[in-house]
Write a new protein. Structure first.
Length: 221
């Protein structure tokens, strides 16, 4: 009888970039992580969908500017057809349209290509766990964009939110990641995640970008 092990299975990742000179080295570097297995490399969005259909896939590391089908459309299709697959954007572009387009399409993470291997692997793991990761440049740009476009209207949050949940939402609005919130409030990241899940459910918040908008609308940030 063979022995059963409880060792976690590696995350199955698809790397999507139209440039082979970027795609292939990136896949090779990610493959060095024990908990990540690159199962496919795609040159455009249509190839991403084909790879995901062949599955199983946990996370797609997605470039945005690709031929045939771009990364935003591919992300939107994945959100509709394969909602269990997380998308982390890795792109050169950090303009408002790219950031808001990708996050609105359902991306859970957004990194620029200045990100190092540790940043990328951390974002992949976080996305697979249902968390959002935005690099600092993207956070700052998103905050500036939302503040410019969104008037503060106040009283847009349900009264059922606890003071701690409001505090967590305010810190999300300031652009802090889960780890930063945990350090700020002297609580564990697991507790932060619980507060986020609760406040998202109570307030009908869809994702991190929506949380930033709601924090600003309500005057918390």
């Amino acid at each position: 009888m063979s022995e059963q092990t409880d060792e976690p299975q590696p995350l199955n990742v698809v790397v999507a970039d139209d440039q082979a000179a970027v795609r292939e080295p990136l896949a090779a570097v990610l493959g060095l992580s024990d908990d990540i297995e690159v199962v496919a490399a795609a040159a455009d969005g249509s190839e991403v969908l084909t790879a995901v259909a062949a599955g199983p896939v946990d996370v797609v590391l997605m470039d945005l500017r690709m031929p045939v089908m771009d990364g935003i459309e591919a992300t939107r299709r994945l959100s509709e057809e394969y909602p269990h697959v997380a998308v982390v954007v890795l792109t050169t572009f950090a303009d408002d349209d790219s950031i808001l387009g990708a996050l609105s399409a359902g991306a859970r993470g957004y990194l620029t290509k200045n990100a190092g291997r540790q940043d990328i692997t951390r974002a992949i793991r976080a996305a697979a766990a249902g968390q959002s990761v935005l690099d600092r440049e993207v956070q700052d740009r998103l905050l500036a964009t939302v503040r410019t476009r969104t008037p503060v209207v106040g009283h847009s949050l349900p009264s059922t939110l606890t003071p701690r949940e409001r505090e967590v939402l305010a810190l999300i609005g300031q652009g802090l990641p889960n780890r930063g919130i945990a350090e700020k409030l002297f609580i564990s990241e697991a507790t932060v995640k619980t507060h986020i899940n609760n406040l998202f459910a109570k307030a009908g918040i869809r994702d991190r970008a929506d949380a930033v908008r709601r924090a600003i609308e309500s005057g918390l940030t």
